[in-house]
Design a protein around this ligand. Sequence first.
Ligand code: GLN
Length: 291
Amino acid sequence: MVKSRIQNVYENVREALERVTDDAGFEALELMHAVCGLTRQDLLMGRDISLSDGQQKKLDELVRRRLDHEPLQYLLGEWDFFGRTFSVGEGVLIPRGDTEPLVEACLELIKRKHAPRILDLCTGSGCIGITLALERPDAEVWAVEKSPQAFSYFQKNNQSFGSPIRGILGDALNPALISGNFDLIVSNPPYLTRSEMDALQPEVTREPAMALYGQDDGLYFYKEFCKIYPQRLNPGGALAFEIGDGQQSAVCGFLTESGMISICQKHDLHGIIRVITARNKLSGQETPAET
Ligand code: GLN
């Protein structure tokens, strides 16, 4: 069968991208879809789609940047999380599928609470807080982000989803930023260790170190959050953290020391313990009273 011109272009892009990714076919299609709307169906059907000179130039530029290890998600300017598309780009952490179990755990924690008040610390693109607000329209959700660059992506996403949550540009370690108590405080803070930072894939080095690095042992934010935020929970309220590979016993230790109970762990799609949740006591009682 004679290959259409677009199939040849696709093959060339795929071959070039093999130098930087194991998923070259997928990435080639994503880039070409962004440039000229090409779909897998078009390729399979041998449909020809002509590329204008401008589109060819744009495609060449994207391939060049990808070969220079820019993350695919930044080149596309968007990425999906929990079934919705978020704007991303330089300066903001890319939403990861590994974070979806954290959102599921949060939804479970608040499922019996009407109109829960939720705080998302280190929100980045806003993917956790915005998703929770959209999944639970009765919730009042607040989000804090320190980086102005990341915050601009948060604002863009929040607006494009109809501004479901309230954002604050500030330091998550400053508890005075927002008043009142919460039913759920969630965070995917920076948690990589010094040695993990030294061994990052080139693509990940393009993401903000500020969103990745959790000090030498990766545990800095959990330690600090466990000092500050248990006091900011309503009775029976919960904390939920994403954690790095192997951090569960340390983080469980901080939670126990701070008086939290009902500590639970959850795996990500790769079988790594990725989520830790805990509740505070109900009005000073040791165990939640069943009603
Ligand atoms: N999951 C990210 C990574 O492995 C780290 C995100 C974070 O530090 N919160 O690159």
